[in-house]
Design a protein around this ligand. Structure first.
Ligand code: ZN
Ligand code: ZN
Length: 235
């Protein structure tokens, strides 16, 4: 019951800040300034490998230097938040607790970030869920996030990737297995839509980057000129 009311309210932009439920984030269901202040946003120099905070002296951050990590196939990466504290709960709500309205505040921050980093994508492509998972959840959180980002950037969003194997959930796997798991997990539908295009690939969380790696390679195989990666949070 409350779920339905919340969705109606979200649709008409009547919701206040989705975190504190009282603050005013500027009308459009955005985070209010007080909540935004408390969230662990990534600022300063970013690692080009993952879009997280840059902590090293080499080309990429320490998390991107692990033995299982392949050379990143994208041109640039950006992540809005560190995946901890309240952001962890927020992403969890977005994925598992039927709160699709979180796509809006996250998408707006994501689009802002993409603009500030001078990525110039022609097209947004979300990392898909397997259709069975999508059916159970009712929506693909990365798809909704991508739609808001695309709208804000004034470009199109196409869900042209399809998951062909119902791989084990990445979160349940050890690091090495995470890299083996998603290879060939994606199939590009309609390559004509990505051919010659600069793609912004979006997902909710950047963990090892293995899933994004597999998705990006499939887009590049299909003729995309380059891929940028945007995630809501970096684990
Ligand atoms: Zn708030
Ligand atoms: Zn990194």
């Amino acid at each position: 019951m409350f779920g339905i009311l919340r969705k109606i309210a979200a649709f008409y932009n009547l919701l206040p800040c989705p975190l504190c439920r009282t603050g005013d984030g500027g009308g459009e269901n955005r985070f209010c300034p007080e909540c935004l202040e408390k969230l662990p946003r990534i600022t300063g120099v970013r690692c080009p490998g993952c879009g997280g905070a840059f902590d090293g002296v080499l080309g990429v951050c320490s998390k991107c230097l692990g033995p299982h990590i392949r050379r990143r196939p994208w041109l640039g990466a950006a992540s809005i938040f560190e995946y901890r504290d309240q952001v962890r709960e927020l992403i969890h709500d977005f994925k598992f607790h039927d709160m699709p309205e979180l796509a809006r505040p996250l998408g707006e921050l994501g689009a802002e970030l993409v603009g500030s980093l001078h990525f110039e994508p022609d097209l947004v492509v979300p990392v898909p869920l397997h259709w069975m998972r999508r059916l159970r959840r009712g929506y693909n959180q990365s798809g909704l996030f991508g739609q808001v980002v695309a709208r804000r950037l004034g470009i199109r969003e196409y869900s042209v990737l399809r998951r062909v194997r119902h791989g084990k959930r990445q979160a349940a796997l050890k690091l090495e297995a995470r890299w083996r798991n998603p290879q060939n997990a994606f199939k590009l539908r309609k390559p004509e839509l990505v051919r010659g295009k600069r793609i912004l690939l979006v997902d909710d969380v950047f963990t090892t980057g293995a899933t994004l790696d597999a998705a990006a390679r499939e887009l590049l195989r299909g003729g995309a000129v380059c891929v940028y990666v945007l995630t809501a949070a970096r684990a």
